[in-house]
Design a binder for this molecule. Structure first.
Ligand code: SF4
Length: 393
């Protein structure tokens, strides 16, 4: 299906106060001088463009850039990515968050190799059928890699368009008309440059706070600007309070005090496939220490002694916050079972850095290394047998 030719039904009419042709012209003129020099624009390799589009979902350019460069060194083409171990893929992604993106990239690479002769498909329906590729991402890849006239509507573009027409509802209640507007504006003679320009306008000029309207090529026709309501557009949904979970976490040392127990989360779901220090939610009226002991018995079927508090790590996810209350623990009895995880390993402190962990757990690793160093061990050898018993007291 040619996505660009599809007409999108709309429940709300969005009215432009300027001819789309003049908006295209002014945006492309602005882009010619103000567009960003980004690594994925220097080379239109569809694989590199695809990787960049996935990394830029939910992530800013300055954060994604070094990951993108490391990625292409490690996985330079789709065949290399498809053949890689998913744990290596997750390790390279460590710190970027939204790890389903990495798992989906890996799976999609295998499908591109198996079903598309190793070439990213140019067809919209085939592209959107790949894991992790939604409508806007497909538009970003197809327009940037192949210069195909397919519209985009990522977070930045939604904000620009909502301001351009002074949208009077939150964007998620006007997706059909916003898509229709993006398709109306798209320059079919220069879809690559137009979409890239629209992204740049949102990222560098029409920013969430304090947009630089005086530098904007659309300031004369932007309705939010002319009404003086840029700070009120896009409108926001009424915020619901973000849940805050408290989690008890165990750094469990083995009997020789030279290895720590870590587990790999189930492949599907939040942080799927990543390694972590075991633990669970602190119930009402429960102390963190009691929680840690109970959770480890329930999830690993082993008995532990809960020792010294190591660190409390606060971390925010998109829909909730967590505080991880972390304790040194000593294994007492029982063989660990994979009741709530896919794999268990006893690893040295040095080996922790070889596995993919979520960002909050990386802070725990840093604390373990620092604690080991303070106790007279560098943390490099993994031999903490002389230091850990005191930490457990
Ligand atoms: S004039 Fe201001 S609010 Fe309107 S599109 Fe430009 S930067 Fe955004």
């Amino acid at each position: 299906m040619n996505r660009s030719a599809r007409s999108t039904p709309s429940s709300t009419e969005l009215t432009l106060t300027a001819d789309p042709r003049s908006l295209r012209r002014s945006l492309l003129d602005w882009y010619a001088t103000q567009g960003r020099d980004l690594p994925w624009r220097r080379n239109r390799d569809p694989y590199a463009v695809w990787i960049s589009e996935i990394m830029l979902q939910q992530t800013q350019v300055k954060t994604a850039w070094p990951y993108f460069e490391r990625w292409l060194l490690r996985f330079p083409d789709v065949q290399t990515l498809a053949a890689a171990d998913v744990q290596d893929v997750l390790k390279l992604w460590q710190g970027l968050g939204y790890y389903a993106r990495a798992r989906n990239l890996h799976r999609a690479a295998q499908l591109v190799v198996a079903d598309h002769h190793g070439e990213f498909p140019r067809d919209f329906d085939a592209a959107i059928a790949l894991p992790g590729i939604g409508r806007s991402t497909a538009g970003g890849i197809l327009s940037n890699a192949f210069n195909l006239p397919v519209a985009i509507l990522d977070g930045n573009v939604k904000r620009v368009l909502a301001r351009l027409v002074a949208l009077d509802v939150p964007t998620n209640r006007a997706m059909s008309p916003l898509w229709e507007l993006s398709e109306t504006l798209l320059d079919r003679d220069a879809p690559r440059d137009f979409n890239q320009a629209l992204m740049d306008l949102g990222a560098t000029c029409c920013t969430p706070k304090n947009p630089a309207c005086l530098l904007c090529p659309w300031q004369d026709t932007c309705q939010a600007h002319s009404l003086g309501i840029t700070s009120e557009r896009p409108m926001r949904e009424t915020k619901t309070p973000i849940p805050h979970k408290h989690i008890g976490v165990a750094v469990i040392w083995n009997d020789r005090r030279d290895r720590i127990l870590v587990d790999r989360r189930p492949a599907k779901g939040l942080l799927g496939g990543l390694w972590e220090f075991p633990g669970g939610k602190i119930e009402a009226g429960e102390t963190p220490e009691a929680c840690v002991k109970r959770e480890i018995l329930e999830e690993l079927a082993i008995d532990i002694e809960v020792g010294k508090h190591l660190i409390t790590v606060d971390h925010a996810y998109s829909h909730f916050k967590v505080s991880l209350h972390v304790y040194h623990c000593a294994h007492l009895s029982g063989e660990p079972q994979t009741i709530a995880c896919d794999e268990i390993r006893w690893v040295t402190v040095a080996e922790l850095s070889e596995l993919p962990f979520p960002a909050a757990n990386v802070k725990i690793i840093d604390a373990i290394v620092a604690d080991s160093a303070n106790s007279g061990d560098s943390g490099d050898s993994g031999d903490v047998s002389q230091t850990k018993p005191s930490n457990l007291a």
